[in-house]
Each structure stands twice: as structure tokens, then as C-alpha cells.
Design a protein around this ligand. Structure first.
Ligand code: ADP
Ligand code: MG
Length: 225
């Protein structure tokens, strides 16, 4: 389902080049649910961005859903992401001028399912936003926005769900509930789930737990001059 080989990603600034990702080999089976944990700044978000085709690796091969993301053009990557990936961004990335319901409906455009108002409402009810359907992001708390972002990612029944710190803005009760929902929806839909977090109580809800430094060889971010 997901296979990464000799993957490197460097960030260059004017002064230095940082090698943030160096993963010799890593793979995930279809339908697996994996929690990746590691300290802030270790490159977890960067890896998810590469898997989703948001970022292009400096070198190496990335195959997701039998498609070689690492050789796609920008337009191909955008289409690939719209069709196959449900992404819960760390900063939510909700469309500001649009209400919760429209944000979820827009998550269903450019993919294989038709925008489905009933499903969108149902998902928003599941994440506890049923009474806030018409609120725009600026009219919602961070925790509410986060739950809308989760509903949007699930709405298109994607083959892969990538969730970047999806509980960072939630209170303890909502945290456990939202992770339960992510897991049960992914299981129901047959979606592969990769969740990234530094919160060990969230990680503990998963059978498969991956320490990021066990797959990413840089461990400490390397500086190359
Ligand atoms: P994590 O998600 O594990 O907290 P990130 O993937 O966001 O880590 O970032 C990993 C490292 O890469 C950090 O040290 C960060 O400062 C650096 N970094 C992230 N984005 C950029 C960028 N656009 N340019 C330069 N450095 C970056
Ligand atoms: Mg991050």
C-alpha cells in the first residue's frame, strides 16, 4: 500500500542545508492502522507531506496506493491527493469563508464519491459539531475546527488517511473519542490510517506503534554544510 525507499528530504536555507528525512526502507500494508510518535521537530509532518505529494523528496522512491508519487508532476500529485488521500492537517487548513458543512462537502469534490450532504452531516454529528454546521472556522474554537478537519478527511472515504497531530487542540474526553472515530471509520471504509502524535495516551490506543527515530535514520536533524 505504502512503500518508501532511500527517501531523503533536505531543507535548504541560505545558510545551511538540513537533512530532515532519511528513511532507507519503510512499508505499510493496506488497511493497517499505525501511530508514529516522536519529538517535535523530528520530521513527522514532513514525512506525511511527502506521502501525500505535498512535498517532493530530495531523493528516493515513494509509492502510495500503487502510484509512484515521487515522480509525479505537481498537477498529478494534486489529483492523486484529491482522489486517494484524506489529510488531517496539523493547522487544519479549513477554508475560512465557508461553514463546517461546506468544508466537509468540499472535501468530497475531485474524488470518486459524489458530494453527499447526508454523510457530511452525519460525520459532523459524529465528531460533535452537529449544532455548528453553519459556523465558519472563525466562529469555532480550535477544538471544533480540528473536529471539522477530521470529518472532512474521512468524508471522501479515502484509501489512505494521514492524520497529523489530530488531537492537539482537543480536551481529553474528545481526544479519545475522536481517535476512536478515526479508527472505526477507517476500519469500516478499509482505509489505511497513519496517525502522527507526540501524545503517548493517543499512541497507546493503537496496536502498531512506531518510534519515528526507528525508521528515520537522521534521529537528530543533521546539518550539512
Ligand atoms: P515535526 O512534525 O516532527 O514536528 P517537521 O516535519 O514539522 O517536524 O519539521 C522537521 C524539521 O524541519 C524542523 O527542524 C523544522 O524546523 C524544519 N523545517 C520544516 N519546514 C521547513 C522549511 N520549509 N524550511 C526549512 N526548515 C524546515
Ligand atoms: Mg508536525
Amino acid at each position: 500500500m505504502i512503500e518508501v525507499r532511500d527517501l531523503c528530504l533536505n531543507y535548504s536555507t541560505r545558510e545551511e542545508t538540513l537533512r530532515v528525512i532519511n528513511i532507507p526502507h519503510w512499508s505499510v500494508e493496506k488497511g493497517e492502522q499505525i501511530a508514529i510518535f516522536g519529538p517535535s521537530g523530528s520530521g513527522k509532518s514532513t514525512l506525511l507531506h511527502i506521502l501525500a505529494g505535498v512535498l517532493v523528496p530530495s531523493s528516493g522512491r515513494v509509492v502510495v496506493c500503487d502510484e509512484e508519487v515521487s515522480t509525479m508532476s505537481e498537477a498529478q500529485r494534486d489529483r492523486f491527493r484529491a482522489r486517494r488521500i484524506g489529510y488531517v492537517f496539523q493547522n487544519f487548513n479549513l477554508l475560512q469563508g465557508y461553514c463546517a458543512l461546506d468544508n466537509v462537502l468540499m472535501g468530497m469534490t475531485f474524488c470518486s464519491v459524489k458530494p453527499d450532504r447526508k454523510l457530511a452531516r452525519l460525520l459532523l454529528e459524529h465528531v460533535g459539531i452537529g449544532a455548528r454546521l453553519r459556523h465558519t472556522p472563525s466562529e469555532m474554537s480550535l477544538g471544533e475546527q480540528q473536529r471539522v478537519a477530521i470529518a472532512r478527511a474521512l468524508a471522501k472515504k479515502p484509501e489512505v488517511v494521514l492524520a497529523d497531530e489530530p488531537t492537539g487542540s482537543l480536551d481529553p474526553r474528545n481526544k479519545a473519542q475522536v481517535v476512536d472515530l478515526l479508527r472505526s471509520m477507517c476500519e469500516e471504509q478499509g482505509s489505511t490510517l497513519i496517525l502522527v502524535s507526540h501524545e503517548m495516551d493517543i499512541i497507546g490506543q493503537f496496536e502498531k506503534q512506531v518510534r519515528f527515530s526507528d525508521i528515520n535514520r537522521t534521529g537528530e536533524v543533521e546539518v550539512m554544510r
